[in-house]
Design a protein around this ligand. Structure first.
Ligand code: FUB
Length: 352
């Protein structure tokens, strides 16, 4: 509040200080527009967020070039119309977690012959001198339908990413898990894993060194179910801290208010995992439907940030999801404190 009883130079000084303080935080939501399922990474001393484009019924149609096969795939009356608009992905990059630049259409169905809609939940990684973007497409409901989890590659983090296989990497339902919500994780020994799964089942698979195929586990199987809780729904995310593997996921219905995030821990990347409970959920003063998150650790520190989507209080449109970032803090015993959602966001972070 400005105190006009003070001398003018003091009033102006106070106003400038307040303005600077406002500009120096992330300000949730961190970017304009409807986006969901954000995955945050650090590439070449810059933060990157890869989200789903969360079009809703009222979003104008975007120009999209489709093949005849893709048009046929869209001719199913059961497809929820917003999903037909989710045909591309934007990315965002930042030097400090506060100032974000949009990189439009890093991946589009025009570059994926077998994908036609519901392009969801990207997961990116830098390896083998290039960038890989894992994505879900077509929201498949059975093994007859074409779609599932694919992988695209690019020489640059901002794309353009092009389908690497010409077909899904995982195109069927295994252990009851819908092939969506993939997350690629590199362990300290260099082994890549893919965590994924909707419909209340979570699987882990081993990836080959070129990240373009799956390798069997020692027992010969390609998919290991690791569902950590009866409340698991989707959105698996893996992070390792001090030798402990933290499997995180979303619970609740993503179109509703009680979407949330929980986690479990293990000494192995493939479990078994001990459920530790929820860390992020709706706050009636800030936002509802908070979930499908990712986390980032600032190198050489124990500072952690959680990036997630949430629904503004005034909206009950399932696809009205916006991106937010807040602190994620570990207790001394390695458990995670409940995340406090804010409107203010965080202060800028300098990367080493
Ligand atoms: O954004 C589409 C779907 O909504 C994701 O796959 C789920 O995790 C949920 O966030």
């Amino acid at each position: 509040m400005i105190d006009w009883s003070k001398p003018l130079f003091l009033v102006i000084g106070t106003a400038i200080t307040a303005l600077c303080a406002t500009a120096a935080v992330a300000d949730n939501p961190i970017v304009p527009g409807q986006y969901a399922d954000p995955e945050i990474r650090i590439f070449d001393h810059r933060f990157w967020i890869f989200p789903t484009y969360s079009a809703s019924e009222t979003t104008p149609d975007q120009p999209v070039v489709l093949s005849e096969q893709q048009r046929e795939m869209r001719e199913n009356p059961d497809i929820w119309s917003p999903f037909l608009k989710q045909t591309f992905m934007d990315a965002f990059s930042s030097p400090d977690l506060v100032n974000w630049t949009r990189h439009p259409r890093v991946l589009e169905v025009a570059n994926i012959s077998w994908a036609a809609y519901a392009l969801w939940a990207p997961s990116a990684i830098q390896a083998n001198d290039r960038y890989y973007l894992f994505f879900g497409a077509n929201d498949i409901k059975d093994n007859e339908q074409l779609g599932g989890i694919g992988v695209a590659v690019s020489d640059d983090p901002e794309g353009p990413y092009r389908d690497a296989l010409g077909k899904p990497l995982i195109g069927e339902i295994h252990n009851g898990a819908q092939p969506i919500d993939q997350m690629v994780f590199r362990d300290d020994d260099g082994q890549f894993y893919l965590y994924y799964g909707g419909w209340q089942h979570s699987n882990v698979a081993r990836l080959s060194d070129d990240l373009l195929s799956l390798e069997p586990f020692d027992n010969g199987e390609f998919f290991k179910e690791i569902t950590p809780s009866k409340d698991y729904v989707e959105g698996s995310f893996m992070v390792k801290r001090k030798g402990i593997y933290y499997l995180m996921w979303s619970e609740g219905e993503w179109t509703g208010p009680d979407y949330s995030v929980a986690y479990a821990t293990s000494h192995s990347p493939v479990g078994p995992f001990e459920n530790k409970g929820k860390i992020l959920q709706q706050d009636n003063k800030i936002a509802r439907g908070a979930g499908h998150h990712s986390v980032v650790n600032i190198p050489d520190t124990d500072d952690w940030y959680i990036v997630y989507h949430r629904r503004p209080l005034h909206s009950d449109d399932g696809n009205h999801r916006v991106l937010a970032i807040d602190r994620m803090i570990f207790n001394e015993d390695g458990t995670i404190k409940p995340v406090i959602m804010t409107d203010e966001g965080i202060s800028p972070v300098t990367l080493p």
